[in-house]
Design a protein around this ligand. Structure first.
Ligand code: CIR
Length: 276
């Protein structure tokens, strides 16, 4: 009986690995973030406000039971606060990625030592493809990778080969034209439940998954993050927050106005993981 119970608990833990996290790595926003990449000009971010929001983000993660490392700001890389794009962290292995934006390519090497301090196995992709973490959605079933202007087929193939020894299945899908990253428009809520914009839900990428659609007009709410028992969502999207609560999830709203001006969502601000 006790063995069966332990086995059931192990299955539950394994299947929740995509949103149960003990650790996170973030990087303090640099003053140079005023020069961060963006598709449209929505005005420069106010860095003092961004720093306040970042601190709130770190405290919210800690409140969800995560031990958070805050790395020093890197002034030479204006987008370096968006650490998610530099690595993929799975329980067994961390993969150092290859950002496709030329101004961001050097951010990965700066992240590698922090990963080596917590993981016994760290792999570095060597190219020639490129792949950014914002295009990678790890579910309870597979690793979905959106092909985008930053993530190439060669990058997806290299990741797929790198993860094969651990039995991960990597599936390349399309990121809609004009959308920065696959996760700009989608997030994991539970193992097989995804929050997505209607555009992405209609793309066919989520066949076999339950999809909660963001309220039309609230597309930026699609970049949220499930962390342990909470879903962190950006402030200002009440219709979508109501839908996520209705679907049975606990929501904590966080301010993200300044990162939004340089196309950054909540997921971009951390690498979240539980090394095994
Ligand atoms: C960029 O264009 O690379 C940054 N300004 C925003 C990166 C957002 N990262 C993410 O969605 N994972």
């Amino acid at each position: 009986m006790a063995t069966q119970e332990a086995h059931r608990r192990e299955i539950r833990l394994v299947s929740e690995a995509s949103f149960r996290f003990t650790h996170a790595i973030t990087r303090r926003p640099p003053r140079s973030a005023v020069m961060g990449l963006r598709a449209e000009n929505q005005g420069d971010p106010d860095i003092d406000t961004m720093l306040v929001h970042h601190q709130q983000y770190v405290e919210a993660m800690e409140g969800a039971g995560v031990s958070v490392t805050v790395l020093d700001a890197l002034e030479e890389f204006p987008d370096s606060l968006f650490v998610e794009d530099t690595a993929l962290c799975l329980p067994e292995v961390a993969v150092v990625l290859r950002p496709g934006a030329p101004t961001r390519a050097g951010e990965s090497a700066a992240m590698a030592p922090a990963l080596a301090s917590v993981y016994s196995t760290v792999i570095e992709l060597v190219g020639p493809g490129t792949i950014e973490g914002g295009d990678i959605l790890t579910t309870g079933r597979e690793v979905l990778v959106g092909l985008s202007e930053r993530t190439t087929l060669a990058g997806v193939e290299e990741l797929s080969k790198a993860l094969a020894p651990w039995g991960y299945s990597v599936r390349g899908v399309e990121t809609p034209a004009g959308v920065l990253h696959f996760k700009t428009e989608s997030s994991l809520l539970a193992d097989t439940t995804i929050l997505a914009t209607r555009q992405l839900a209609d793309s066919g990428a989520f066949e076999g998954y339950t999809v909660v659609e963001v309220q039309p007009g609230e597309e930026a709410a699609a970049n949220s993050i499930r962390v342990n028992d909470v879903v962190f969502m950006p402030q200002g999207f009440p219709g979508t927050v109501a839908r996520v609560r209705e679907a049975g999830f606990s929501v904590v709203e966080l301010p993200n106005s300044e990162c939004h001006k340089i196309d950054g969502g909540l997921s971009c601000l951390s690498l979240r993981f539980s090394p095994s």
